[in-house]
Design a protein around this ligand. Structure first.
Ligand SMILES: [Zn+2]
Length: 481
């Protein structure tokens, strides 16, 4: 599944903010010949493409109607298929109307599949597969049985039991390609079972939390952190002293004895032995030389976790294209693919390898990122946004304010920085920010970043927090240490 997130914060349904305990999923299709996601999902995030009519559903009443679903499946600007989450999954959507027995809106998560002319078999196969993956994901998340009565239903199946309006979707489409809601439910069930069979692959390592916190602390969003970690797991199982397994025998070393021999100088061929070592399995001589120099300069073991993380971070910034993708990542897969093809560059970069590494990354994402952050997680710095505003990317006046707010940014903060830059103040002393990860507390952050937990009220006041509640993905300004 190619899952992205763009929450419809401007839609009256989102603003209503009512929540449900999801009991099922209702499948819709749009009923209009327009397979492009940008028709419904906006504003453009760089992948969707621009909707010139601006009639997407991220507005108070799309097309004058009170409608909102939790997701859309359709085409990105480049023609590839994606899923966009557009409401937190446990928000109450406005999608199925009601019947004599109540409303499906109170119980079911909903998504629309963008219809095309209904005759393209390739398009159908792609969105059908994407929809199955989405439903399997949601069934796992909310512990739903896809085969149980009334759990996964097409809109047209909601009328008879009296929980939805009388619509035909998607029953007018699936049979044209030999499918039905029955095959759909069976396919979701099959995928869930298959996923469970190879579930033990969700890797655990004592280092994973340290690595997650390190990368999050550098300001990468959760997609990017997960994408990096999935690759590191594939390379080294997150073990910094990992010596490439196939060479252990020929060199006569274990992970630990190799590390010790490099550290004490008895093994002198570290740089030129062409053997992968460490978190990222650094192999090429110039990178191993740089790692060795870096560790020596820091007075640390070549196998030290934090030293390798510092080195990794330094390297990543030098891979400018990869780094730019990470900074703006909107999915785990996107970040993972960028690391695989632009940074790790192993011989095998096949789709199977991409899927596998992104899968490891997703495991970390599921474990450490909050599942339902109620607003989109902003990924750009205030300075970056201010420069984009000045360049004209965000429009003017109320339009600028709406668009920045919809994308999850603090308009006033960005505008203040714009004014500062335009007035010629060149101060670059932007405050240090910290991205909250699961399990964090204000006390813990103050202890870690300011040297004393007792300083947590300073963080609260600097960020205007009225309570001690923080959530994963939240960016906090930190006072000077
Ligand atoms: Zn419908």
């Amino acid at each position: 599944m190619n899952l992205h997130k763009l929450i419809f914060t401007q839609n009256a349904c989102y603003k209503a903010g009512r929540t449900i305990a999801p009991k099922g999923i209702m499948v819709h299709s749009t009923g209009a010949n327009n397979p492009n996601l940008k028709r419904y999902v906006g504003p453009d995030d760089g992948l969707l493409g621009k909707n010139q009519y601006n009639n997407h559903w991220n507005q108070d009443k799309p097309d004058g109607r009170q409608v909102c679903v939790h997701g859309f499946i359709g085409k990105l600007a480049d023609g590839s298929i994606a899923t966009y989450q557009t409401l937190p999954w446990n928000w109450r959507g406005w999608h199925g109307g009601s019947g004599t027995k109540g409303s499906v809106n109170d119980t079911h998560i909903s998504f629309e599949i963008c219809e095309d002319g209904l005759t393209d078999a390739d398009y159908f196969a792609a969105v059908y597969k994407e929809a199955i993956e989405l439903c399997a994901y949601l069934c796992k998340e909310y512990k739903l049985d896809p085969l149980a009565d009334g759990v996964i239903i097409g809109h047209y199946e909601g009328y008879k039991p009296g929980i939805a309006s009388n619509h035909a979707d998607p029953g007018h489409w699936f049979p044209k390609h030999g499918k039905s809601m029955d095959t759909f439910r069976a396919d979701v069930s099959k995928l869930l079972t298959a996923n469970e069979a190879d579930q033990p692959t969700t890797p655990t390592s004592s280092n994973e939390e340290t690595i997650w916190n390190f990368l999050s602390g550098k300001g990468l969003n959760a997609y990017a952190v997960a994408g990096v970690m999935g690759n590191l797991y594939a390379e080294s199982a997150l073990k910094p002293a990992n010596l490439q397994n196939s060479y252990e025998k020929s060199l006569g070393y274990t992970d630990d004895s190799y590390t010790a021999a490099v550290d004490n100088g008895s093994y002198t061929n570290f740089v030129k032995d062409s053997v992968g070592y460490g978190l990222a399995q650094w192999t090429f001589w110039s990178r191993k030389q740089a790692l060795l120099d870096f560790a020596r300069a820091a007075g640390k073991s070549i196998g030290d976790l934090n030293t390798q993380l510092d080195f990794l971070w330094k390297e990543l910034q030098e891979y400018t294209a990869v780094f730019a993708t990470l900074k703006a990542a909107t999915s785990v897969k996107q970040a993972s693919d960028a690391i695989l093809t632009g940074y790790e560059k192993p011989a095998d970069q096949s789709d199977a390898v991409k899927t596998k590494r992104a899968g490891y990354g997703q495991g970390y994402y599921d474990k450490y990122a909050e599942a339902d952050v109620p607003t989109p997680v902003p990924t750009k710095s205030v300075d970056q946004l201010a420069n984009e505003v000045i360049r004209g990317d965000w429009g003017n006046g109320a339009d600028r304010k709406n668009r920045l707010t919809a994308a999850g940014y603090d308009y006033a903060e960005v505008q203040a920085r714009v004014n500062e830059i335009l007035s010629g103040k060149t101060s670059t002393s932007t405050a240090v920010t910290y991205t909250v990860v699961k399990g964090d507390t204000l006390w813990g952050i103050a202890a870690k970043k300011l040297g004393s937990g007792a300083r947590y009220p300073e963080i609260k006041s600097l960020n205007g927090l009225s309570s001690d509640i923080i959530y994963a993905g939240q960016k906090l300004k930190l006072p000077a240490k």
